[in-house]
Design a protein around this ligand. Structure first.
Ligand code: SAM
Length: 257
């Protein structure tokens, strides 16, 4: 699971992610499962980041720039940059930037267009499960971070075992076709991936999410054109909200060695 995908599959996954988020752009701010974008939780995590005066911070897979704008408000003394794979998403992020001071750049996860050792902190919220080449991504993050800089990853974090397998076989597999999901990683997977890049996991802060299955599925049907294979496996009536699952997620703080 932690192996990079072959270049052709990686290219297809990136294209699907781009197409998916561009198609959803107009409803983007409320398009994720509702509890996923809990900004109070996110801000609590962001406050712990190193961001001294004059430093630079980057939001990777920034979407319309929600996290980047939190960073700018929390740390007005720092320069904030957002990066995303889609030109249309980047254009929308620029339009929505009320501070007018965030720099948004177009790039993929595995080739960060920055010089070495420039950032005090980097953040990636709910974007990493789209990345086809995590070893290259972490190498790049380490390269652009200053020593002792922090990479904060906010992600779904299943325990290794049956739940992770279910999540990857059902959810990630279905969303791979539509939205370019690759996989959800356990803590062990993250440690295996971060270590070779000389990123050391310092702390993990759980942020449990409630995913309402009925709402999620009608949302899938409405805009994600969920593949028939997925719909056959789970059949609920649209709008059924009697069943929700606790989706384990966390903020992982990794330090550049
Ligand atoms: C679920 S959205 C999260 C957006 C934002 N981080 C937030 O929390 O609101 C995922 C974002 O990652 C971007 N993305 C997907 N694959 C990417 C890749 N390989 N490289 C860079 N960005 C990517 C998408 O275009 C999308 O904007």
């Amino acid at each position: 699971m932690a192996e990079p995908l072959d270049p052709q599959t990686a290219g297809e996954i990136r294209k699907r992610s781009r197409t998916f988020f561009e198609a959803e752009l107009d409803r983007y701010r409320d398009v994720s499962p509702p509890s996923i974008q809990d900004d109070a939780q996110t801000r609590r995590l962001l406050r712990s980041l190193p961001a001294p005066s004059g430093s630079k911070l980057v939001d990777i897979g920034c979407g319309t720039g929600i996290v980047a704008s939190h960073l700018k408000r929390l740390f007005p003394q720092a320069a904030v940059c957002g990066l995303d794979i889609s030109p249309k998403v980047i254009a929308r992020a620029r339009e929505l930037d009320r501070t007018g001071s965030i720099e948004f750049v177009l790039a993929t996860e595995s080739e960060l267009p920055f010089r070495d050792s420039v950032f005090a902190s980097a953040v990636c919220r709910f974007s990493l499960h789209h990345y086809p080449d995590l070893p290259a991504h972490f190498r790049e993050v380490r390269r652009v971070l200053k020593r002792k800089g922090i990479y904060l990853i906010v992600e779904v974090l299943p325990e290794a075992g049956r739940f992770q397998t279910m999540l990857n076989d059902v959810f990630a597999a279905a969303e791979r076709e539509s939205a370019g999901h690759v996989a959800y990683y356990s803590l062990e997977d993250f440690m295996d991936l971060l270590a070779p890049a000389k990123l050391k996991l310092r702390s993990v802060r759980p942020i449990p999410l409630q995913l309402k299955i009925g709402k999620y599925l009608s949302h899938c049907r409405e805009i994600r054109k969920t593949p028939a294979s997925f719909q056959k496996r789970i059949s609920f009536e649209e709008g059924d909200d009697w069943f929700s699952v606790r989706l384990p997620a966390a903020g992982l703080f990794a330090e550049a060695e």
